[in-house]
Design a protein around this ligand. Sequence first.
Ligand SMILES: Nc1ncnc2c1ncn2[C@@H]1O[C@H](COP(=O)(O)OP(=O)(O)OP(=O)(O)O)[C@@H](O)[C@H]1O
Length: 246
Amino acid sequence: MQPLVKTTDLYLAFGGVVAADHIDFELHQGERLAVIGQNGAGKTTFINICTGYLKPQTGKVYFDGRDITQMKPRQIVRLGLGRSFQLPQLFTEHTVRECIELAAARRNAELSWFRSLESTVDRKDVDDTLELVGLSDVSRERSSDLPEGKRKLLDVGMALALRPKLLIMDEPTSGVASEEKHPLMKTVMHALEERKVTSWFVEHDVDIVAEYASRVAAWIDGRIAADGPPDEVLENPQIKSDVLGV
Ligand SMILES: Nc1ncnc2c1ncn2[C@@H]1O[C@H](COP(=O)(O)OP(=O)(O)OP(=O)(O)O)[C@@H](O)[C@H]1O
């Protein structure tokens, strides 16, 4: 099977700091990849290169068989590579429902001054997405009034409205109270599974990684130092001492 994401020899340095050190990587459809690594290990740089926000100095990125190395972020999103951020990127003046409608309208490139947002998008589709991320009961609230966990769910809902093949999530549980982390991840992973979306998430909480990932890649100094099933990587002595600090 052709990999969904493939990188070959990706290299990027900022001055003397090598943030991506000749990375060869493949991600296949259906995988749930957790990326772990200390601060500054290069996790975000690699995501920024794969999503078009940074250009590598050498190497290539392929998504679904296409060379996307030089494409702009919004072109890459249109191909089906979605991304949610550590700080959710919401339309803060809008209600929860309108945020999903705006994302769905953007997918169809149907935003128009002459038509209302509601009449532009498929109502049932928006209802389904709201339900899937557990936000039906707060659909009329302003997105800026939501607590952090629900803002994260809305961010994922907006990404899902674009019908991605892959969703990359940067620390989906950061800033969320510890007792809310598992319910949040359960909802997110169930939603992705329902829509058959492959997932890749950066996560610092080892319990979350062990519970929700099918594969773990550990980053050290711009390289993938270990990559495999969660129990194998999380028990690797070098990863335990250099990444997890245990
Ligand atoms: N725009 C930039 N300019 C200069 N240096 C950068 C830039 N972006 C990242 N770096 C450096 O590259 C290295 C990798 O950073 P990166 O943000 O990718 O790490 P990270 O693993 O995502 O860390 P964190 O967990 O803190 O987000 C770090 O040394 C960082 O300081």
